[in-house]
Structure formats: structure tokens, C-alpha cells
Design a protein around this ligand. Structure first.
Ligand code: XIL
Length: 461
């Protein structure tokens, strides 16, 4: 028997009701895609350098964890950090960066195994004969790359081997071993961590010129000899007053044509201070142009900026009177360069202010068979203070909050609300509140997919 057919007037009523609901209930506000997501849609990554002392800054860490899909430790994998005394290795700070990346599902570029700078005195002033220095270098590369084996997507195996005229830099390694130190380092790195892509990295090689010719000839000869080399890193430390790199896209392409990947590894675009609207607009164009040059070359695998905020840029301390080099200002607010990057990556200029006025970091801190403890950091990413807030999210499974702190917690079905406590209801621009709870669960304990603060979608990290 056929089910009874609804009458015509009833159908009309259902339709009218559905239309009414569609009109009055606003759709859930989707968060803008991040730089990392936009790059991923183009088969690339978009990363940032970071450094261990910055990781106590919760608003900073929230954006680092959400906006980027790759991070690079700015200092903690360098020789002075990993082998400060001969044979004494120290990996705690490098491990901290790797663990952070893993929590945020980010890849890591390892930086760097062999470099003339931040090299401890025991290596640079040791006066070692060639055989001994070669074994010191091989031991360092082997031990460090073995420690991080399987955890890094790339290694900058050799950093800054060239002079400005394209000849080899007179480091202790070149002076003692000649250019063979480069092949030795690459071979040791490959043997220790076969999955990591091995890079040589340098600055002022971004465009065509004598220095990039030196790099080009080196890579060509390494490839011809069968030395393991997977990629070339172009640091991209640019300065408005020196002009944009000459024919950057052609330069990236000629390297790719040698059969290696290329990556922009340390991008920042500094200017003489004070910054002004004109300089910031030019800077935005340059960020866009670098991105376009990378996207135009299929083997350009990604871009890393050398930290993302002027708050933590290395520029002012090394280039006095210069700065404002990064896409976020010192208060973690996006600059014109941020939107230029979004647009160049195929997105819309969505300033994260209105669409992601908040960021939420949700971390399961411990978990046992039937329960878990979670820490939640709520960050005001808007430009004005928030006075009074309610965080809402839904559990994907049967999780039930049993006890919470630093907020008033309630739950109906899967829907959880955390209302501010009396002492943390005011969140200044950039400020965070740390709250948490214990909960029960059965089966799997997946994290909530979306969060909203006072009804507006937040960026999850
Ligand atoms: C810089 C770090 O950002 C600083 O914190 C440190 O004091 C000096 O080194 N090229 C590189 C990076 O390959 O390792 C450098 O990083 C910047 C220039």
C-alpha cells in the first residue's frame, strides 16, 4: 500500500515554514580559511619560524598554531643549541618545537645542521686537522638528524655557504675541508633520516645574480655526482630600500629545472623605520609578488616567514633602524601584507578581525580509559575589549563535562557552554583566558570541530 500523500495545502505550509526558517536562522558563520589552508589548496605549505621563549605567549601561540601548517625553530636546532660542548647533545628545546607542531598537525622544517654562525667556539676555534673536523661534522649531522628522524619534513643541511660574489664562504669547514664538506653533510643527513628532504639554504640568492649562480653551479654538480640533495632554500630576507630580487620567478624555475624542489624559507620584508602607509602598501605588494613567484613554479613547495609578528622579528636587533618586516604588527594584528598574502594564495582579503574575532586552543592534557582533562585557551583577536563572554561548542561524541574551572560550565546534550567567571570576563584585545574541565567519555575522544564566542565563530587551533 502506498503511504498517504500529503495534501497540496499541507505541502505549501511545510514549504512556507522551511522558507521562514531559512530566512530567520542565520547560517553558522564559517571561519575564514587560514594562510596554511589556502596554501594547502594549492598543494603548498605556508609556515612561520618560531622560537622557544615565545611559546609562553598564549595569544601568539594561538595564531601560530592555527594560521600556519608548517613551523621552523628559529634557533633551537642550531649547532650551539644542540651540541654546545663536544659530544654533549641537547635536544630539549628542539623537541619542544616538534611537540608543539605535532599537537597542531603542522610539519617542521629542521634548521640547521652545518652553518658558520651560531657555531660554538669549540668547533670554530678548535684548530682541528681535516680528518678530525670531518668526523666532528659527520658525528654532529648524524646525531642530530638521527634524534629528529621521522619528525621533520625538511632539513636545512647546509646554511649560507656562499659569499656575495658566488665564491664559497671562508668558514672553518670550507677552509679546512674544501667544498667537500657540503656533500659529506648531505650524505650523513640522508643516512640518518632518509625521509627528510635535504636542503641547502642561503640569502641574497632569491633573484638572478652572481651569488645565485654560485648556488646553481653547486647544485648542478652535486646532482651530477649523485650526492643526495632534494631542495634549495631561498631565505628571502628582503628590504624595501634594496629593491625586489631580480627575476625571482625565473631564478626559482632554473633551480627546479635541475630536478630539485625550491622553497622560500625565511621570508621577511624590512623597511627603514618609521613605517608608514606607503611603505606598508609596497611591502604588501612584495609579499604578494614572492608568493606569486612561488606559485608559478610547480616545484616551489612552500613559503616560510621568519616569524609572523613584528613582536618577535629578529630584524630590529640586527639591522638598527629597520623593522616592521612581518605580516602581523607588534600587537598581533594583521597588516596590509597579511591580506595581500591571502589574496595571492587565492583567498579573499578576509581580515580575521570580524570573521575570527576569537581563537580557541583546545588541548586534551591527559586521558584515561573513561575520562579526560582538557585545557581551553580563549583569545580575543578583535581590536576592542570583550566585556563578558560565553564560549560554546559541541562534543562530537558522548563526552560529558563532570567538573570545570575558571568559567561557569553547563551542558545540554552535546552542546557545552562556558560563561566567564567574575574575574576573567574582560578580555583586552589580544588577551586570553585559560579555562578547563574534566569529562567522561566512551569510545573515541575527538575534539570539538568548531567554537563560538558570544555567537561568533572562532578560529580553532
Ligand atoms: C636568526 C634568529 O632569528 C635570531 O633569533 C638569532 O639571534 C640569529 O639568527 N638566516 C638564518 C637564520 O638562516 O638562522 C637566522 O636566524 C636569520 C638569518
Amino acid at each position: 500500500m502506498l503511504p498517504p500523500r500529503p495534501s497540496q495545502p499541507l505541502l505549501a505550509l511545510v514549504f512556507a515554514l522551511a522558507l521562514l526558517v531559512a530566512l530567520v536562522v542565520p547560517p553558522a558563520q564559517a571561519a575564514e580559511p587560514t594562510l596554511g589552508e589556502l596554501a594547502a589548496a594549492k598543494g603548498r605549505y605556508f609556515g612561520s619560524a618560531t622560537d622557544n621563549p615565545e611559546l609562553t605567549d598564549a595569544p601568539y601561540v594561538a595564531i601560530l598554531g592555527s594560521e600556519f601548517n608548517s613551523i621552523t625553530p628559529g634557533n633551537s636546532m642550531k649547532w650551539d643549541a644542540t651540541e654546545p660542548q663536544r659530544g654533549q647533545f641537547s635536544f630539549a628545546r628542539g623537541d619542544e618545537v616538534v611537540a608543539l607542531a605535532q599537537r597542531n598537525s603542522q610539519r617542521v622544517r629542521g634548521h640547521t645542521l652545518v652553518w658558520h654562525s651560531q657555531l660554538p667556539g669549540w668547533v670554530s676555534n678548535g684548530g682541528f686537522p681535516a680528518t678530525e673536523l670531518r668526523s666532528i661534522l659527520q658525528n654532529h649531522v648524524t646525531t642530530v638528524a638521527t634524534h629528529f628522524k621521522g619528525k621533520l619534513a625538511h632539513w636545512d643541511v647546509v646554511n649560507e655557504p656562499f659569499n656575495e660574489d658566488g665564491t664559497f664562504r671562508d668558514s672553518v669547514f670550507y677552509r679546512t675541508l674544501g667544498q667537500s664538506y657540503i656533500a659529506d653533510a648531505l650524505r650523513a643527513a640522508r643516512a640518518a633520516d632518509p625521509a627528510a628532504k635535504l636542503y641547502i639554504n642561503d640569502y641574497n640568492t632569491d633573484g638572478l645574480g652572481a651569488k645565485s649562480d654560485g648556488m646553481y653551479n653547486l647544485v648542478k654538480s652535486l646532482k651530477a655526482q649523485g650526492v643526495p640533495i632534494d631542495g634549495v632554500g631561498f631565505q628571502g630576507h628582503l628590504a624595501l630600500q634594496y629593491g625586489f630580487p631580480y627575476k625571482m620567478q625565473e631564478n626559482l624555475r632554473r633551480f627546479a629545472d635541475l630536478g630539485v624542489d625550491v622553497a622560500i624559507t625565511e621570508l621577511d620584508i624590512r623597511m627603514n623605520l618609521p613605517a608608514d602607509a606607503t611603505k606598508l602598501a609596497t611591502q604588501a605588494t612584495w609579499y604578494s609578488d614572492v608568493t606569486k613567484a612561488c606559485l608559478a613554479v610547480s616545484r616551489c613547495v612552500g613559503i616560510t616567514i621568519w616569524d609572523y609578528t613584528d613582536k618577535y622579528s629578529w630584524i630590529p636587533s640586527v639591522f638598527p633602524g629597520e623593522g616592521a618586516a612581518l605580516p602581523y604588527d607588534e600587537n598581533l594584528r594583521p597588516k596590509p601584507a597579511y591580506n595581500a598574502l591571502r589574496t595571492a594564495l587565492g583567498g579573499t582579503p578576509g581580515d580575521p578581525g570580524p570573521t575570527a574575532a576569537c581563537a580557541v586552543a583546545y588541548k586534551v592534557e591527559s586521558q584515561w580509559n573513561a575520562g579526560f582533562t582538557a585545557a581551553v585557551t580563549v583569545t580575543n583577536r578583535g581590536t576592542t575589549p570583550i566585556n563578558g563572554w560565553r564560549l560554546t561548542f559541541a562534543f562530537p561524541g558522548d563526552q560529558k563535562v563532570t567538573q570545570g574551572w575558571n568559567a561557569g560550565w553547563s551542558q545540554t546534550g552535546r552542546d557545552v557552554t562556558a560563561a566567564n567567571a567574575s574575574w576573567n570576563g574582560t578580555l583586552a584585545a589580544g588577551a586570553s583566558a585559560s579555562i578547563g574541565f574534566n569529562a567522561s567519555y566512551t569510545g573515541t575522544n575527538a575534539a570539538p570541530a568548531t567554537f563560538a564566542l558570544n555567537g561568533t565563530a572562532c578560529r580553532a587551533s
